[in-house]
Structures are given as structure tokens and as C-alpha cells.
Design a protein around this ligand. Sequence first.
Ligand code: V55
Ligand code: FE
Length: 491
Amino acid sequence: MADSTPAFGAGALTMPPRMEVNLEDCEVEGTIPSEIDGAFVRVGAEWYYPPKYADDAILNADGYISSFRISNGKVDYKGRWVETHRLKEQRKARKQIYGYYRNPYTDDKDIQDPEHPNLRTVSNTAPLTHAGKLFTLKEDGLPHEIDPNTLQTIGPWDFHGKWKSETFSAHPKLDPLTGEMVSFGYEATGLCSDDLWIYTVGPNGQVSNEVRTKVPYVSVIHDMALTHRHVVIPFGGYVTSKQRLLDGKIHWGWDQNQPSYIGVMPRDGDPKDMRWFKGPERCMMHTFNAHSEGNKVILYAPFYDGNFFPFFPPIDGSPWDPRKARSFIRKITLDLDSKKDTYEEEILWPNPIMDLGKVDPRVLSLQTRYLFAPFNDESKPFDRSKAPNGPARVTNSYGRFDITTGKMESVFAGATHSLAEQTFIPTGTSGREGEGYLIGVASNFAERRSELIIADAERLHEGVIARVLLPFTAASQVHGEWSNARALGLS
Ligand code: V55
Ligand code: FE
């Protein structure tokens, strides 16, 4: 079994191919607090069959959904493939028949369908719970509805026919005050289209607003932010074209001469209310959160200086530059009263982090105090004698970055471990920001298996309070979320 070095962790073990899992009553070390009742749902990218092109992006691997159902201190683990159209076609063919990331012209001739690129979605990026339904998401297709108890795929979901974009972001935002979901689709009308369609979906799951706008140039728009008044759309650097796809290349290349952009639009706005602020070369993937203060929007985001993904190469033929592939916690100010067309940016902590941040979902769209992110704490050991095949760099800690005091607290996963993204489990009745737990999966390179770790988010310095020891390597994770048992009707 080969170990991969996927983009979503500084090294991770790889699960056995084509496996599905149903493991009841997992081994637990320590005590899981009884107030935790729900599911930690994770979505990741796994190759059902190996890729057609060795230099393809891991982002093109098939979607896999897994969950840790936690209740009364006990844990059941499940893992299932997302049954996309594409997975079904591969299973029929009993081999890989799809080509490069988001390039249908590189698929096997008999299945090529460039007019319907969203039929090739792998739905491998993030879970979403909204209006009592569970979905898997990928930015090049529609959400796939999943049965929350069995993790069986129900099928693509278009919101009662009202979601007209052919695509749906992997990072919709849930407003904790209104129960609304705000999301968008880019390349909304087909391959390389400059259509960006932004939607509001009410707490009842019905589309309540649609805004059809255009982008300054066609690029990855991976994430967004939401304030109680504004929608925020960041992107930059990646470029594509029909010609590029016809030439048989991977969907994105990097153009270091393109500006970054952050769009700001009132939530109930008109396409003409969209204002695009410009900035320097930046690779803008994830956000933490944003809020509105008068006519300013403040955005916290862990953007990279330059191209993070080596498999989306520079279009000028220059080599990928790992020095620019570093992400920092940035505070970005977007001043709607300003006559300038630029944004202001400040780096809040000097150390790079992993671009997989979270905030307490109760403060989404509002002023934030705590940002949570994984990082490599270089002061902590890695035990190569126990894990000789461990990766060169690991992500060994989760941090809580306090914007009010500038202080950081962290929890260390272990000396043979590397972590995937953390998720925040809100608890308590006070609604105090940051009251809850951090949960996330680590690869243990000594034991060659996965562990789930849980820490008290207000007492990270006290260390891991519970560990779930899986007797195998779990599926990889791009993103995860916490769902309360009641929100999904979990049995
Ligand atoms: C990202 C992830 C994707 C993708 C595009 O992290 C961007 C960024 C897992 O898939 O398709
Ligand atoms: Fe993401």
C-alpha cells in the first residue's frame, strides 16, 4: 500500500482501494464527553481506479463519504463511495475512463460529453447539512444527496428545479441567525463560462433569491464568505480557456500576472451592486469568516502568496515555486466608501498555517474572535525511529488563534501523527463563542492506521481528551463538518 502526499495534509496514509466500511463500536482511548451527540461527516478524494494520467490532480479522485457517529461516548464508523454518474460508469467499464481534472476532452472517446461537464463531477470536496438533508459537494457539479444513516447516495439535487446553475460551490455558508444558506455556482453555464450565479436558499430548502452576474476573468472560485449584510467572493491566479482544454491540458494553469479579486455584493443585491476589489498575486482558496462594520467588510482568510497546487502549472512554463505556496492568516479590509479599487491586507500571525480553517458556526457572518487551523509546530518532535516511512513534513497540531489578544493555543496530535482538517463541535447553552470541541483525523505513521482525536476547544493546552483508534487507514478528508443528531434525524 503506497502512501500518498495529498494536498490536504502534509502526508497521509492511503486506504485500501475500493473499500467500503461499517465498523460498529470502535475502540476509544480516554473519554468522549456525553454531551457530544451527532456525526462527524467527512468527504474526501480517493481513486476508485488509478488515474488515467500520472500527473493529474488528486482533486480529480472519486468522492468518498465517511462518518463517525458519536453518541453516549460510543463511536460507529462508516465509509462509502459517493455514487456519482461517473463512478457508476467506471464500475460498468471496470476501469478508469475519465481523463484530466475538469477536462472532458481527455475522457475515453465513447463517453466524452463536453456539453454536460457536470456529469463528470466526483463530488469529493465537502459535506453540507441544510434543511434536514445531507449532501456531498464539488464545485464543478450539483450537490449529491446522501442518506445520513446509511451514507447511501440518493442522487444529484437541484433544489426543486430552482438551482439553475450547472455547478454549486463546495463552500456554501450557513447564516446562524436566519437559517439561510448562501451559495453560488461559477462556470455556471458550461465549461469556461464567465457566469457566476449566487443563490439564497431558505431554512425550508427553497431557493429564495438568485443573482446572475459575471466574473472579471474565469478562475477557480473555491470559497466565499458571508456577513449579515454582504456576500464576499474571492479568487485569483488560476486561468483556463476552451483552447487549453481542447489542447488536452488540465483545467487550470497559473498566471502570476493576473490580479486577485474580491467581490462584495449586498445579500439582497442586484448584479450591478457587485463591486470587485483588486489585489496582487494571491492564491485564494479558503476563508475563515467575514463581518460588516458600517460600510466596511472585514474578511479573515488564510490565503497563499502564490500557486498552492503543483499540478496546476504556471502557464509561462516556469517551475512551480514552493516558497509562494505558503498560507498566512490575513485580515482583509474592503471599504465600500473608498474611491480606490483595491483591498487592504494585513498578516496577523507570522507563521504559516494549513489553509483549512474553521470558526465556531454560531459566529459565521458575525464578528469573530477565534480562528481554528492546523499547522506544523516545529518545536514538537517527530519520532522517525518509530515511523521511518513518515513524511518529510507533518501537520502535528491544531491551533486556536485569538484575534482579540493575538495569543495562540494549540493541541499536539502525537509524535508519529499528521492531521487532516479540524472541525468545531459547538456545545453549551450560553452560546459563548468557542465553547465546544475540536475533532479531526490523524494518520499514525508508526501504527499505519487512522485515529480520531478530540480536544476541548477552550482547553487545548490540556491535550487530546479522547482518541478513537481505527484498525485500518480511513478514507482521506478534504473537508468535514459536524451535524447534530437532531439536525439529520440520526438513528
Ligand atoms: C480545491 C479542492 C478541490 C477542487 C478545487 O482546496 C479546489 C481547493 C477537492 O477538490 O476541485
Ligand atoms: Fe475547500
